[in-house]
Design a protein around this ligand. Structure first.
Ligand code: FE
Length: 301
């Protein structure tokens, strides 16, 4: 193994490449890029990566650019971001509440905003398109840290159909724009209830970049059936989470690391079709920033 990364020559190369010795530019970007490059160089040195292998990797990234949103959870980085935020919360004494978990790449902005205040309606349906899956009902309450009902929340919910495809991203083109996607406006008591067609778990697109990577790692690209949520409410911290069905074969073997303890309800099938009761607990917002969504770029219609 060579040992040149710490040499003066390579250290100078890193400073120059990252613009460290220039007055212009973004200082934070400079120091992050410098560390990333140095880590990459150390990896090249440690594994004696050849020129051939390096350019294979570049080609893989170029060809896979449309799947970065899927590769990120697949290699655990999106989950690591959650762990990092959890650790920062713990340091700041901000524990408690429903665990956050990965958003994934399949949210679409602009879903219909519908009335979900249960004192005004009892019919909140997410599914627009025919689907021969069984009906699913999910209900519960959104409360704050002291058990108080969270008023005026908006629950954003999205899930796949029974073939494991999301509207807007369905390769078969079979679904209407916002099938299985809604924003539900809740009332003062924070109670919610909606019905839809039972989603199925899914695998990454066959032969895509994520699939190739998972196979090369000896892993699979499957997720358990799940339902995604954002929950926003005045005065509370916006929650990004999802529930994964605790009785799915992949419930504890999710390629995207989205399943977490506390987010694995097992549907009740006593009445026939699956019913899930799940209560969400939000944290109080410490600042305006806590009430907003992450600045991640999202699909919109
Ligand atoms: Fe998903």
């Amino acid at each position: 193994m060579t040992d040149i990364v710490k040499s003066k020559q390579v250290q100078n190369l890193l400073d120059t490449a990252a613009g460290v010795n220039q007055s212009g530019g973004n200082p934070r970007l400079k120091s992050i890029l410098r560390d990333l490059l140095e880590g990459l160089m150390c990896t090249i040195e440690k594994h004696d990566i050849s020129e051939d292998e390096f350019w294979v990797a570049v080609k893989f990234l170029q060809d896979g650019v449309n799947e970065f949103g899927l590769i990120a959870p697949g290699i655990g980085i999106e989950h690591f971001l959650d762990l990092h935020m959890d650790a920062k919360d713990a340091e700041a004494g901000l524990e408690g509440g429903t665990p956050r978990t990965i958003e994934g790449p399949l949210y679409v902005e602009g879903a219909p905003l519908i009335e979900g205040d249960l004192s005004k309606t009892n019919d909140v349906n997410l599914t627009d398109d025919p689907d021969d899956a069984e009906d699913m009902v999910m209900s519960g309450q959104i409360t704050g840290p002291d058990g108080e009902p969270v008023g005026n929340a908006i629950m954003h919910v999205w899930h796949a159909n029974s073939k494991g495809f999301y509207s807007h991203f369905d390769p078969t083109g079979a679904q209407s724009a916002f099938n299985n996607r809604r924003r539900i406006r809740l009332g003062k008591d924070g109670r919610y209830s909606f019905r839809s067609k039972m989603p199925s778990g899914y695998a990454v697109p066959p032969n895509g970049a994520t699939d190739q990577l998972m196979k090369a790692l000896g892993r699979h690209g499957n997720r358990p059936a799940h339902v995604h949520f954002f929950i926003e409410a005045p005065g509370y911290r916006t929650l990004t989470t999802q529930i994964n069905f605790g009785d799915d074969p992949h419930a504890h073997d999710d390629f995207a690391f989205g399943t977490r303890e506390g987010l694995l309800p097992i549907p009740d099938r006593v009445g026939g079709s699956p019913e899930i009761h799940f209560d969400f607990t939000l944290q109080k917002a410490q600042s305006d920033d806590d009430e907003r969504f992450s600045k991640r770029a999202r699909a919109s219609i």
